[in-house]
Design a protein around this ligand. Structure first.
Ligand code: SF4
Ligand code: SF4
Length: 347
């Protein structure tokens, strides 16, 4: 670790201790959406239909600086899109993020990283982790994510291994009707060819780019015809991966939540109002809009006022109250925050 990095982490730790003593409003989960643009055409996502917009680099750098000293050392900052590798200043942003002591986690479809020359430029300042989306073996993946996307993702993983050996390579796969029977085979391939160090899963959820509609899954073409079979596939994956390629987020609690979700998404929705995410998360959109959850109104825009003020303004308080009684089933709850549901149920 460089001296500058060590200094940044020490300052962050000190401010964190000071912050917790005065109830620091800064969340510890950060999603930075750099752009709405995407060079993918996945049929389960509408992002690529949105008019293109990139987050101005100066605003993103200001956000990092504002977060410095308020996040725990090593906090993961999720760099997302659209497709974040399309942002013209991605290497600058990755460098600043890591210099400040955060762990940049870049989620990508891998298309640009598949080109060795472009990958060398994009990985000049390697992030701590790169998550490449891959939804099963070639036939299934290319049906969902577009022809050729499987081979591009594999080329990206190979380039990552060669150009950024200290970066952790993770593959993220969608759990849906067409994909769940092949997850185990995908994990075997990743392990056999040393393409990734871990597999992570995301179950099929409402399209982020569209307004939430109750019962969305009933007409979704990728919803499994036999939801109970999904549970069997997940059990098989968990059993076969024991002591082998890790499957991130496949803890027993998450596994139970996903099985329930596929068996009874309506019942899952009726677990009860309220969301424990209020105050824990901050989402920044490509327009600089700041949200405490992607599905609730913005609390302000980067550059309008100091971040601390926006996190404590009346708009933020209103959103926190609305989140505390929110009963939407969103990607956060079902994929990343099962423990909040668990706590809510058992409390
Ligand atoms: S899922 Fe990702 S790669 Fe595919 S269209 Fe949406 S943003 Fe692009
Ligand atoms: S449950 Fe509601 S408040 Fe919580 S993250 Fe999802 S949409 Fe936001």
């Amino acid at each position: 670790m460089s001296y500058a990095n060590l200094l940044a982490r020490t300052r962050a730790l000190r401010r964190l201790v000071e912050g917790s003593a005065r109830k620091d409003p800064f969340p510890q989960s950060i999603d930075l959406n750099l752009t709405t643009r995407c060079n993918g055409r996945c049929n389960h996502c509408s992002f690529w239909r949105i008019p293109g917009k990139d987050l101005p680099t100066a605003l993103a750098l200001d956000l990092f600086d504002s977060l410095a000293g308020h996040l725990s050392p090593g906090t993961k900052v999720n760099i997302l899109g659209g497709e974040p590798t399309l942002h013209p200043d991605l290497p600058i942003l990755l460098r600043r993020c890591e210099e400040l002591g955060f762990q940049a986690v870049l989620t990508t479809n891998g298309r640009l990283l598949a080109d060795p020359d472009l990958a060398a430029v994009l990985l000049r300042s390697p992030p701590s982790m790169v998550v490449v989306s891959l939804d099963g073996l070639e036939t299934v993946n290319d049906r969902l994510r577009g022809p050729g996307s499987f081979r591009l993702a594999l080329a990206a993983l190979t380039n990552l291994f060669r150009l950024a050996p200290s970066t952790t390579r993770v593959v993220q796969a969608l759990v849906a009707g067409p994909t769940h029977p092949y997850l185990d085979e995908l994990a075997t391939l990743l392990e056999r060819d040393a393409l990734a160090q871990a597999l992570t899963l995301q179950v099929l959820c409402p399209d982020f780019a569209l307004p939430h509609v109750r019962g969305w899954w009933r007409s979704h073409p990728l919803w499994p015809e036999d939801p109970s079979a999904v549970g069997l596939s997940l059990d098989r994956l968990a059993a076969s991966r024991k002591d082998r390629l890790p499957v991130l987020a496949l803890s027993s609690g998450q596994l139970i939540a996903w099985k329930k979700y596929f068996l009874d998404p309506e019942g899952f929705e009726r677990l009860g109002p309220g969301c424990g995410l209020a105050g824990q998360h901050l989402d920044c959109g490509p327009d600089g809009g700041l949200r405490l959850c992607p599905h609730h109104p913005s609390i302000g825009r980067l550059g309008e006022a100091p971040l601390h003020e926006m996190l404590t303004n009346p708009r933020a308080e209103t959103v926190r109250r609305a989140m505390a009684s929110c009963d939407v089933v969103c990607n956060f709850l079902v994929n990343c925050r099962y423990e909040l549901l668990h706590h809510r149920k058992s409390s």
